[in-house]
Ligand binder design. Structure first.
Ligand code: AMP
Length: 399
């Protein structure tokens, strides 16, 4: 069975074809600048990299070009789209409606629309991708996989904010959490790596990339996570501030004569590593600047290390202990410096890192010190695989 995985943004469409007989990736593609001058499709098949520049006015046009690229006789991977059994779509916000991945039908599309107020930037883009695929591949079963659904197991004391209850009751203002597909994948894979079942373990998963979130996975269920109603809450990120005192916003807005939209633009796009270091949103640039003596760069790194440490200790406390800590995503997989800084001086919690084993980048590894009571792992994430597996499982039930 071959599955097409689609992740649509407002002007982009990422895709991948997976062969589920061995869960291998046959092709990966990225279409950028949809609806704006300079549209471009980049597809990778093994060593073959292809770039096609041509105008694509909308996601329907982009989906047609994706199909042409995948079925191209010399650079594609499919003889025809008949080889594709189903399409799995990434959807950011499933709200309280979607606790698992779901087959896409009219009711599902309406429910994703209902969640637009909770994710005004992401859900409309995801819907454009779904609708475009339905138009160009009307006979294919489609599945929606939500970033939020893994966290729907959280209890009210984890997901409620201290606002008047009516804001939850009427407006559904609460913690939803994100990166759920990644936290779910790495916690399951991490348990397999240890030869254990995730339902026997208390795991803390650290998804650290441009956007970062930490999750407490207690016996297989997400019981708390650092992102909230939106992906702005939690630790310091590439351009996002993470958690701040909400009253600081009024102070800055009054002093700088800016409105709430401008303030949120600053919190989402101009803060984090970029804002504090003044160097870059990319951790590699920030690390380089810090090595060269840039104090603001160093303090931005220290803020992230400290933030992650605090979540690890807090989540161990709410789970009554921790059996494994897992690092994933761009920074988590590739920065030994971050892992060492976060995990040092944690012996009081039974955590000790092996500095030699920690030198790896981008592959599965056990980096625990000999005496560490807590297993410390690096597990590269694979959200596309989870989307493909869920899609396969749901469409198999159709026949
Ligand atoms: P992601 O959003 O998962 O693609 O992660 C992007 C982040 O990973 C950026 O901040 C990159 O700087 C960071 N990253 C990627 N490779 C490395 C590396 N070798 N060392 C440190 N950070 C890295």
């Amino acid at each position: 069975m071959k599955i097409l995985i689609v992740n649509a943004g407002s002007s982009s469409l990422k895709y991948q074809v997976m062969d589920m007989t061995d869960e291998s990736t046959l092709a990966k593609g990225l279409i950028e600048r949809i609806g704006i001058p300079g549209s471009c499709l980049k597809q990778t098949v093994g060593e073959d990299k292809r770039v096609i520049e041509l105008p694509m006015k909308d996601h329907i046009e982009a989906s047609k070009q994706m199909i042409m690229a995948l079925t191209d006789p010399s650079h594609g991977v499919l003889e025809s789209m008949d080889e594709i059994s189903a399409v799995g779509h990434r959807v950011v916000q499933g709200g309280e409606i979607f606790t698992t991945s779901t087959l896409i039908d009219e009711a599902c599309i309406d429910a994703i629309k209902d969640n637009i107020p909770l994710a005004p930037l992401h859900n409309p883009a995801n819907l454009m991708g779904i609708k475009a695929c339905l138009q160009v591949m009307p006979d294919k079963p489609m599945v929606a996989v939500f970033d939020t659904s893994f966290h729907q197991t959280m209890a009210p004391q984890a997901y409620l904010y201290g606002f008047p209850y009516e804001y939850y009751d009427r407006l559904r203002v609460r913690r939803y959490g994100f990166h759920g597909t990644s936290h779910r994948y790495v916690s399951k894979r991490g348990a397999q790596f240890l030869g254990k079942n995730m339902t026997d373990l208390r795991i803390i998963t650290c998804h650290l990339g441009n956007g970062s979130s930490i999750c407490a996975v207690d016996h297989g269920r997400s019981v708390d996570t650092s992102m909230g109603l939106t992906p702005l809450e939690g630790v310091l990120m590439g351009t996002r501030s993470g958690t701040v005192d909400p009253a600081a916003l009024q102070f800055i807005m009054n002093a700088e004569h800016i409105d709430i939209d401008e303030m949120l633009e600053i919190l989402n796009k101009k803060s984090g590593f970029l804002g504090v270091s003044g160097v870059s949103s990319d951790m590699r640039d920030v690390e380089k600047a810090a090595e060269q003596g840039n104090k603001q760069a160093q303090v931005s790194l220290d803020m992230l290390f400290r933030g992650i440490k605090k979540y690890i200790a807090a989540y161990a406390a709410i789970m009554g202990g921790v059996d494994a800590i897992i690092f994933t995503a761009g920074i988590g997989e590739n920065s030994p410096e971050l892992r060492e800084a976060v995990l040092s001086n944690m012996e009081f919690m039974g955590i000790s890192i092996d500095r030699e084993k920690n030198r790896i980048r981008g592959k599965e590894a056990n980096i625990s010190g000999e005496k560490s009571q807590v297993k410390l792992l690096v597990i590269p994430t694979n959200e596309e695989l989870v989307i493909a597996q869920d899609t396969k499982e749901l469409v198999s039930q159709l026949s």
